[in-house]
Design a protein around this ligand. Structure first.
Ligand SMILES: [Zn+2]
Ligand SMILES: [Zn+2]
Length: 350
């Protein structure tokens, strides 16, 4: 089968090549891939800056598709099911994180597209426990983005516990920021998405996808806007989804006393000081949210089923498997929000 393979560590070292189709055994499920999203992690792997990636490996961990074969121990998933899958392929099942199903925190976890072959190919295998069957009306395109959606669910619902009527500010208008905004909106919050001058198109898209307010901090005074919206008290919850310390500091300044600040972004450098004194004096709850876990996926499928989130709204480009390089290059240039690879066009519209 055709696949996008990271052959060796280091910059690029990527090849579009033929490899044997994966085989099923025990509890494994073979999936013919409809779409595979290009994520920040895949771009880091391309650049050789993601230490966890083993090589050689097929990249890709956000996908949807149709089951074509199941292993002898598979109980519920059937050939022909339309599915998506969690990225967890293997966990230790003995550490405290595994026992509480917090697989995102297991230090022995093996992930699809990082430690085992991923979804930028015609087929992938995943374990049955990680598979989620799609409601009929959910598109393959939206389903392929269940992983970033689940990251948004974990942050907004499971960690921040966003409540109806709360005012939420999301810093960062990339894929994760957009998912956090959609999920927070689905919980009945009023949502502000804040970005920079380079985010104008992303902010427009956030607005079209349901955000109540967008702020271009290059031109607008976010302090004044939030002061006016909250009588000077600040927002209930702020999410840092941009990976920049100044955005985190802005979040700490603009959240109300006893408010919650959730960090999702990974900081490239720590040259800037974090305003930790604000956490103390304003009794801010400063909360980390890493990736997603099984409960986040179950809730994501419910939201997809209800239609209160529509992840495909953030897809700004679709490329074919053989055009994978063009897709990576567009995303690495910072164009659009989410580029998705179509891996088998015959099942993409189902
Ligand atoms: Zn991802
Ligand atoms: Zn574990």
């Amino acid at each position: 089968m055709r696949a996008v393979v990271k052959q060796n560590p280091g910059f690029d070292q990527m090849e579009y090549t033929d490899i044997p189709e994966p085989e099923v055994s025990r509890d494994l499920v073979k999936i013919k891939i409809a779409y595979s999203g290009i994520c920040g992690t895949d771009q880091h792997a391309f650049k050789g800056t993601y230490a966890s990636t083993v090589t050689p490996i097929v990249l890709g961990h956000e996908f949807s598709g149709i089951v074509t074969e199941v292993g002898p121990e598979v109980k519920h998933v059937k050939v022909g099911d339309r599915v998506t899958s969690e990225t967890t392929f293997e966990t230790c099942m003995v550490c405290p994180s595994c026992l509480s199903r917090d697989y995102n925190l297991c230090s022995k976890r093996k992930g699809i597209g990082t430690q085992v072959n991923g979804s930028m190919a015609e087929y992938v295998v995943s374990r049955e426990e990680s598979i989620h069957i799609l409601p009929d009306h959910v598109s393959m395109l939206s389903a392929a983005l269940t992983e970033p959606l689940a990251c948004g669910v974990h942050a907004s619902i499971e960690k921040a516990k966003v409540q109806p009527g709360e005012l939420v500010c999301v810093f960062g208008a990339g894929a994760i920021g957009q998912m956090v905004a959609q999920v927070s909106k689905s919980q009945g919050a009023t949502v502000i998405v804040a970005g920079l001058s380079s985010d104008v198109a992303r902010l427009q898209l956030a607005k079209a996808a349901g955000a109540d307010y967008t702020v271009n901090q290059g031109e607008e005074d976010i302090d004044a806007i939030i002061r006016d919206l909250t009588d000077g008290y600040g927002v209930d919850v702020a999410f840092e989804c941009s990976g920049a310390v100044p955005a985190l500091n802005k979040a700490l300044q603009l959240v109300r006393r006893k408010g919650r600040v959730i960090q999702m972004g990974v900081f490239a450098e720590e040259k800037n000081t974090i305003f930790t004194d604000l956490i103390l004096h304003r009794e801010i709850e400063y909360i980390g949210s890493r990736s997603q876990k099984p409960s986040s996926w179950r809730t994501s499928i419910e939201l997809l089923d209800k239609g209160t989130v529509v992840p495909e709204k953030i897809v700004t480009n679709i490329v074919s498997l053989e055009e994978w390089r063009k897709g990576f290059e567009e995303m690495m240039r910072g164009e659009g929000i989410k580029t998705v690879i179509c891996c088998n066009s015959d099942i993409a519209e189902e």
